[in-house]
Write a protein that binds this ligand. Sequence first.
Ligand code: UTP
Length: 284
Amino acid sequence: MKAVIPAAGLGTRFLPATKAQPKEMLPVLDRPAIQYVVEEALAAGADEVVVVSSSQKRSIEGHFSPDEGLCALLESAGKGEQAREVRRLGSLPVTFVEQPEPRGLGHAVHCAAAALAADEQPFYVLLGDVLVPECALLPRMLAVSRAHEGASVIAVMRVPPEQVGRFGIVAGEPAGGPGEDGVWRVTGMVEKPSREEAPSDLAIFGRYLLTPLTMRLLATTAPGAGGEVQLTDALIALLAHEEVYALVIGPDEGYDVGTVEDWLSTNLRLARRSPSFASLFDAD
Ligand code: UTP
């Protein structure tokens, strides 16, 4: 199965840090955010990771390209471990497609259509600014999909009412099957609703397992909220043809790094749990 990582957005909520560097390349602890995302996709068994990037964001491509010159320098300086890590990053099955203009998440995913078309298989979408460091989520989503005849599955997280307007919010009912706590059958979705319009507190949270029909529907999805082509709108269209399920994830499973506040809080939360960095907080 292939995985698509949209990472071509402008990152306007993170300016000025993102003026000349992609927000997906900002470090979280000791590595760029997108490295966690690529490694999560590979840990879930993806055989190819297609990153949707833009001509302004070449450093993402650089991070996953071979650099034998740097490896040789590191080796001659006795830094064999770093050389191995640089070589490993350059050898991962990561390919790139370009989104010419940032026309929305749905448009970004559709930019990967040609890269996926060869197999017409279901595919994962992992947002480049959302981390799931424990990497356990995609396999659980795959299990839900398999239990429901290969249906699409989206990860959702409960959010407080004042935050519903930042996300796509799902309407649904518990799937109700044995062992299906936290699995919902989706009946509707609204992108960035007002507090009054929100059908639930379940916010779409950056991980999707989608059927090939979703990609075909994206080809004709018109711009929606904010004048952008919304993935949520294609999923609403999908509901007319196929079932869609949502898997509720816990607050410590997923981490947003799309704004300064979220990035900072993610760094602090992960640092406190990391064997390498937790001692920094000993004096707190
Ligand atoms: P966001 O909406 O969080 O990213 O999209 P953004 O548009 O860069 O952020 P702001 O609102 O300007 O601060 C979620 C993911 O989808 C990608 C982003 O790069 C991010 O990883 N994306 C978004 C695209 O690839 N293309 C787009 O047109 C929009």
